[in-house]
Write a protein that binds this ligand. Structure first.
Ligand code: ZN
Length: 87
């Protein structure tokens, strides 16, 4: 469990929908059980309801589901850049 403080730069990235932060972490919202990438258009209201996850895997292990609006799993996949991807 890792709640951002209001002056945490990651919380700032969430609040400003900073696309540069995509892929460096995801955040879960406890009230909904959904996790998002920082640039997701649906912003949480309060940092205490947000849990920062360093990786998608950590969010999934934590019991969160991927947001259907920002598709954080697909976003992180872009950064994985798997070599020899079929097609
Ligand atoms: Zn989202």
């Amino acid at each position: 469990m890792n709640h951002p403080s209001p002056d945490d730069p990651r919380w700032h990235a969430i609040r400003t929908r900073d696309r540069a932060a995509d892929g460096s972490f995801v955040y879960g919202v406890r009230s909904t059980g959904i996790f998002c990438r920082p640039s997701c258009p649906s912003r949480p209201a309060r940092p205490e309801s947000v849990i920062i996850h360093e990786t998608v895997e950590a969010a999934l292990v934590g019991g969160f589901r991927a947001c259907l609006r920002c598709l954080p799993e697909g976003a992180v996949d872009q950064f994985a850049l798997t070599p020899g991807r079929s097609r």
